[in-house]
Ligand binder design. Structure first.
Ligand SMILES: [Zn+2]
Length: 283
């Protein structure tokens, strides 16, 4: 996988180098074709790119708006199951400002999806924030939550290292179904009946909730622009994140485009979000 600079207005575009020069697909919620275990985008002609969520989170979390992602296969490398290797790649490449206005999606009313056992909602706010809560019937996970606020949280320090996690019992079921064949303790936190199977332990005390927050940021970035909104989620996964984004964007009375430059001039607290950026060099 390589990250390449892109002109303003490009967004995040995936290019499958194994399928020829025009095999491109934009990372946008209209192109989501599967969100059961991970987020997969496709163009309807058999071209797809899977497991994009951690890379998307890194791109959004680093404030990058325009980038072409070259891939020689159908899946983004899982790496260590977190967004850290992708943040490293972006930091190696560097970020430049571009001379173009940046737009955001301003949420105008509350939208909720789900039911009592799992739900997600988005409501109006002047900057992005997220409250993510999970509740697992397993003593090693239990109930935990994490709060992210774009004004004073650090995506790189507080979220990017959080790894994906799964129960050992589920891994067995997935393997039986032919899935997760490359999965190992190198790219996920695996929880057995007695606790963590990974010898190195956790990277954060609330690594599980933080990873859910990371997933949510990656999935919601498929809006194609930053959200000015407060997001809350309870036991939500990729499917519910995309359901929420769809319910929001399909309701024309629920949001509007806003120019983040004008917003930044009015409110200095929004300034860190105002950045026109692309990956400056291939990495
Ligand atoms: Zn994930």
């Amino acid at each position: 996988m390589a990250l390449n600079p892109a002109p303003p207005g490009t967004g995040v575009v995936f290019r499958r180098t194994d399928l020829g020069a025009d095999a491109e697909i934009k990372a946008h919620r209209d192109n989501v074709v599967d969100s059961r275990l991970c987020t997969t985008i496709g163009n309807g002609n058999g071209m797809s790119v899977g497991t994009i969520e951690h890379l998307m989170a890194a791109i959004a979390g680093c404030g990058v708006e325009n980038v072409i992602v070259e891939l020689n296969g159908a899946e983004v490398p899982i790496m260590d199951g977190s967004a850290r290797p992708f943040v490293f790649l972006i930091e190696c490449a560097g970020i430049v400002e571009q001379n173009a206005p940046r737009r955001a999606i301003q949420v105008l009313k509350q939208i909720s999806v789900g039911n009592e056992s799992r739900w997600a909602s988005v409501s109006p706010a002047d900057h992005f924030s997220l409250h993510c809560e999970i509740a697992f019937d397993h003593h090693a996970i239990g109930t935990q939550s994490f709060d992210y606020d774009s004004r004073h949280s650090s995506f790189v320090d507080e979220l990017s290292n959080a790894r994906t996690f799964c129960l050992a019992a589920d891994v067995e079921k997935m393997r039986a179904a032919g899935l997760a064949l490359g999965g190992s303790l190198d790219n996920a936190v695996v929880i057995g009946e007695d606790g963590l199977l990974n010898e190195e332990g956790l990277r954060y005390d609330t690594e599980f909730a933080r990873h859910k927050a990371l997933d949510c940021i990656g999935d919601l970035s498929l809006a194609g622009a930053p959200l000015l909104a407060h997001v809350e989620s309870y036991c939500a996964g990729h499917a519910m994140n995309h359901q929420l984004l769809g319910a929001l964007l399909d309701d024309e009375t629920a949001w509007r485009w806003t120019d983040m430059d004008a917003l930044g001039a009015e409110r200095l607290d929004a300034a860190p979000q105002v950045r026109h950026a692309a990956v400056a060099a291939s990495a």
